[in-house]
Design a protein around this ligand. Structure first.
Ligand SMILES: [Zn+2]
Length: 225
């Protein structure tokens, strides 16, 4: 099963991706982690990518696509994968389809977790990260036992600078302009599943899970659910 996750920052792509990954035994590939591990690998591509991230520059499409190609060719991706954070543009989506069809495989579906821009801003502004262990909390869903202190390690919680309202609004704007068209791209291909993300995390996962099980059921012809 090959899945692409879409949705505004704060929609819960990471959480849902992890859950699908655990339940169906396929890796959740977030672009952030992928970039970190390719840099750590010290490969030629890793060195190239590192130059861009160190300079705070956007990694060119051709390198991102090559990273994705290498990653999904690894052993743990035999049964499938969940991409999170890629494709970010229609051009990337087209390139991804092309590189997969060269290997006679294709994406099964794109899962959009739908929340409003107002809700995205609310969620992002309530996000806190532990300065010691990196654990991420969302105060909207769960307060920590002691205010401003990590439940796991006692570290101090802080708000990432890119989670402040101005930066978050700018990120949402970029998403709507560049990434939201990807939703339409998969809709036109008959591969879009769009679900309401403004609910409890468990409810959202129950729906994702039911749709996934149906898609994987014997006799399913690959039509959109
Ligand atoms: Zn901590």
């Amino acid at each position: 099963m090959r899945v692409v996750l879409l949705g505004l920052p704060g929609a819960g792509k990471g959480t849902q991706g992890e859950r699908i990954s655990k339940k169906y035994g396929i890796p959740h590939i977030s672009t952030g982690n992928m970039i970190r591990s390719i840099i750590d690998s010290g490969s030629e591509l890793g060195e190239l990518v590192k130059q861009y991230t160190t300079a705070g520059k956007l990694i060119p499409d051709e390198y991102v696509i090559e990273m994705v190609q290498q990653r999904v060719a690894e052993d743990d991706c035999q049964k499938g994968w969940i991409l999170d954070g890629f494709p970010r543009t229609v051009q990337q989506a087209i390139s991804l389809d092309k590189s997969l069809s060269d290997k006679s495989i294709e994406i099964d579906y794109a899962l959009e977790i739908r929340i409003s821009e107002e809700e995205a801003l609310r969620r992002i502004s309530q996000r806190r990260e532990c300065s010691e262990c990196g654990m991420v909390y969302n105060l909207m869903h769960k307060e920590t036992a002691v205010e401003g202190v990590c439940d796991k390690c006692g570290g101090k919680l802080y708000q990432r600078t890119d989670d402040n309202i101005e930066t978050a609004s700018a990120r949402l704007k970029v998403y709507m302009e560049q990434t939201h068209p990807v939703v339409h791209y998969y809709a036109q291909a008959g591969k879009l599943i769009s679900i309401n993300g403004e609910r409890d995390i468990n409810e959202v996962f129950a729906e994702v899970d039911a749709l996934t099980a149906k898609l994987l059921s014997p006799g399913h012809q690959g039509e959109v659910l």
